[in-house]
Ligand binder design. Structure first.
Ligand code: ADP
Ligand code: MG
Length: 331
């Protein structure tokens, strides 16, 4: 059993009395060394949860502990924020007229100047920004600034690194690099990382442990692959996998026995065959996605989506047979 580093017990935070906005009755514990992703639509309470864990907000009810000890909130501390944690938000909090080197080394004391310099170089190398050491922050791109902010956060060796939407300001190539860097921080430096993202792909790619929020409530929690394959709610399936949900009355059109529950299907669970069948769907639209296509199909006003791994093999308006490899049912 690995050690629990953060535990939330019945934690609620409501910004205004009587209102539900914030988070409600959250029970989670976070394992030391894990990469945790908090995922949910905008306004679901992700940032609130992150600020509670860091100690920037106090819960209205419940308790948060760090290594078994009460976590002090902003009213119990001179400088809010836990000493063993660092948080990087979208406004990087850098000294924009100072050089990269000074921004990072400035986090360390002057007791041992040589060690301070060496550690700063090591951090910059680890995040591939050593060639930028002499540049001022204003001369850097958004992605480079973000690396400096992360280097600055981890040079003091925090046990937990909290990241709020770190991917929101960078392009796809940098996003891939940053994902790899964060994974390395967690694996090689042993830092527990808690990441908030409105894009669930970030969480699914990186996390050991994923927390799904909706309207401030914990919907599901677990390994990304378990949550993806066994979502408990259609909200989660829609968030993670572009799933579509059909009422039970449409079961027959898919060759299923009508039950009393809604049917949820990921597009990759739909197989298409050109063979003849009495239940044929018409291809209404084809969306080119590079190595695959997403197809929009319709039959008697029932719309479904499918993935086609052989782009070009189907034509618009063509009718095809639909075979499901899997489906889920929800209340
Ligand atoms: P997310 O990060 O998932 O977008 P937030 O945690 O920022 O969500 O917000 C959750 C809910 O709490 C939202 O409804 C938001 O409007 C509300 N909220 C967040 N911060 C405040 C605040 N300082 N005062 C009042 N309401 C807030
Ligand atoms: Mg937020």
């Amino acid at each position: 059993m690995s050690e629990q580093i953060i535990t939330l017990t019945n934690v609620s935070k409501h910004y205004q009395a009587g209102q539900s906005a914030g988070v409600s009755d959250i029970n989670i514990s976070i394992r030391k060394g894990d990469f945790v992703a908090i995922v949910g639509e905008s306004g679901s309470g992700k940032s609130t949860l992150l600020k509670l864990i860091y100690g920037l907000l106090s819960p209205n009810a419940g308790e948060i502990t760090f290594k078994g000890l009460h976590l002090p909130g902003p009213h119990e501390k001179l400088i809010p924020g836990h000493d063993s944690m660092k948080m990087v938000t979208q406004d990087f909090n850098l000294n924009i007229y100072a050089r990269v080197f000074e921004n990072i080394s400035g986090m360390l004391s002057n007791e041992d100047v040589e060690a301070k310099q060496q550690k700063t170089w090591e951090m910059m190398e680890f995040l591939s920004i050593d060639h930028l050491a002499e540049k001022r922050i204003v001369e850097l791109s958004g992605g480079e600034q973000q690396r400096v902010a992360i280097a600055r956060a981890i040079i003091t060796e925090p046990e937990i690194l909290l990241l709020d939407e770190p991917f929101s300001q960078i392009d796809a190539v940098l996003k891939g690099q940053l994902r790899a860097d964060l994974r390395r921080l967690c694996t090689f430096l042993g830092i527990t990382i808690i990441l908030v993202s409105h894009d669930p792909t970030d969480g699914m790619t990186l996390a050991d442990d994923m927390i799904i929020l909706k309207n401030g409530k914990l919907m599901q929690r677990g390994k990304p692959s378990d949550i993806y394959n066994h979502p408990k709610h259609s909200y989660t399936a829609g968030l993670l996998g572009n799933a579509f949900v059909l009422p039970s009355s449409e079961a027959k059109s898919l060759g299923l026995k009508p039950g009393k529950n809604n049917i949820m299907i990921y597009p990759e669970w739909v197989q298409l065959k050109s063979s003849w069948s009495s239940r044929r769907y018409q291809i209404k639209d084809i969306f080119f996605k590079g190595f695959f296509e997403e197809l929009l199909l319709e039959r008697d006003h029932v719309k479904i989506r499918a993935i086609n791994l052989q782009p070009g093999s189907f034509k618009k308006e063509e009718s095809v047979q639909v075979v499901l490899t899997r489906f889920l049912e929800f209340d």
